[in-house]
Design a protein around this ligand. Structure first.
Ligand SMILES: [Zn+2]
Ligand SMILES: [Zn+2]
Length: 375
């Protein structure tokens, strides 16, 4: 892990904090930062850090080493997959953290053996500019592996059930205890007979051939919130592929793509429009027709408006995703176009304007004079 923050600091506890205080701090932070709960940017990394700190400080031996020589002392023993933890312990504690005070749901069962989870899925969804601004509901359909109906997902033929693995006694893991310089070390490896699942299927279901899953076309209504932008992802927990043999499902990620507007430009919650004015319109003022999210409307441009002026229509931009009820602004950027070609009459008027202001200008070119003669 790249971060080098102090473990005590990460959990926000004193260096002499007791086990109960460390556990309390961890629960509080885990409930706040777990990626399933927090939408905050970087929540997953923060959570990893919190979990790592807890893994060390909740283990008396590792905490002692950390207190004496810091993170370096833990070496390969630090972080996840350490020989001092059995890998499942962290999940068990996390489970406790989430279900504490909720009747202490059966953490024991969850700790015994582990069936692999289903894959996460990604669905690319393209929506229009105004759909992203206003929000929309869309039905999507995709092929995925879903729970087998014949066996209810267990993978065992109807009438039979998976049985506990005899090699590991249903634990899904094989433990070996070794004596080392640092004391007793428990080496835990996954059981190869049941692949760590703790159960084996003797008589596989014919429909899914023991996998517990079948291919299925799934339909789902997805709510796209107002203000979503290109590249945003919506996570639908547990709507991904089913896990084999009843394992937990993966998540579905809907990746949103927004087709740009023909005229308006968007940057986050701000919308920009380039307004082209003539010299006369800028000098005399005008009523310009501009596109907005609510449709075309008139905008009053004051006489004497300078090139580069920004007219800001507050609250006419894109809704904030995280602050419902508030919107960004619509910025109208004024450009003043100098004409490249002039009619005879236009030239005359501009020459008169220059004369009135006492300004020197070039006389009409030879080509223009020829044109005038012909026209
Ligand atoms: Zn089946
Ligand atoms: Zn086994």
């Amino acid at each position: 892990m790249a971060t080098e923050r102090d473990y005590y600091e990460i959990l926000g506890v004193e260096r002499n904090a007791d086990d109960a205080a460390i556990k309390r701090a961890f629960r509080k932070l885990a409930q706040q930062w777990h990626p399933d709960v927090s939408n905050e940017h970087g929540a997953a990394d923060r959570f990893k850090e919190i979990n790592e700190a807890y893994q060390v400080l909740s283990d008396p031996k590792r905490r002692q080493i950390y207190d004496m020589v810091g993170r370096a002392g833990l070496g390969e023993m630090g972080g996840a997959g350490s020989p001092f933890t059995d890998g499942f312990q962290g999940f068990g504690d996390l489970f406790d953290a989430f279900f504490a005070g909720m009747g202490g749901a059966g953490g024991q069962g969850a700790r015994r053996g582990r069936r692999p989870a289903g894959s996460d899925l990604r669905y690319d969804l393209r929506i229009a500019f105004d759909e992203a601004v206003r929000g929309i509901e869309r039905e999507i359909e995709f092929d995925m592996l879903d729970r087998c109906g014949s066996c209810g997902g267990t993978g065992a033929s109807p009438g039979s059930t998976p049985v506990p693995c005899s090699a590991c006694g249903g634990r899904g893991e094989i433990r070996a205890v070794r004596q080392t310089m640092l004391g007793q070390m428990v080496n835990v490896t996954q059981c190869s007979r049941c692949n760590g699942e703790g159960r084996v299927v003797d008589s596989p279901c014919k429909t899914c051939r023991g996998d517990g899953r079948v291919k299925h076309s799934k339909k789902l209504r997805v709510t796209i919130p107002a203000g979503i932008d290109e590249g945003h992802q919506i996570r639908l927990s547990g709507e991904g592929e089913a896990g084999p043999r009843g394992g937990p499902p993966g998540n579905l990620y809907v990746a949103v793509h927004v087709t740009p507007h023909a005229i308006l430009r968007r940057d986050g919650t701000e919308i920009y429009h380039d307004l082209q004015l003539s010299i006369a319109q800028a000098a005399l003022g005008t009523r310009a027709r501009i596109p907005t999210i609510e449709g075309d409307e008139d905008l009053e441009v004051r006489p004497g408006t300078q090139p580069g002026t920004e007219i800001r229509l507050r609250g006419r931009g894109v809704p904030h995703l995280r602050r419902p009820g508030t919107r960004g602004d619509l910025h109208v950027l004024v450009h003043v176009n100098v004409p490249m070609k002039l009619s005879k009459r236009q030239r005359q008027l501009l020459e008169e304007l220059a004369a009135e202001s006492g300004e020197a200008v070039l006389p009409g070119g030879i080509i223009d004079r020829m044109k005038d003669a012909l026209g």
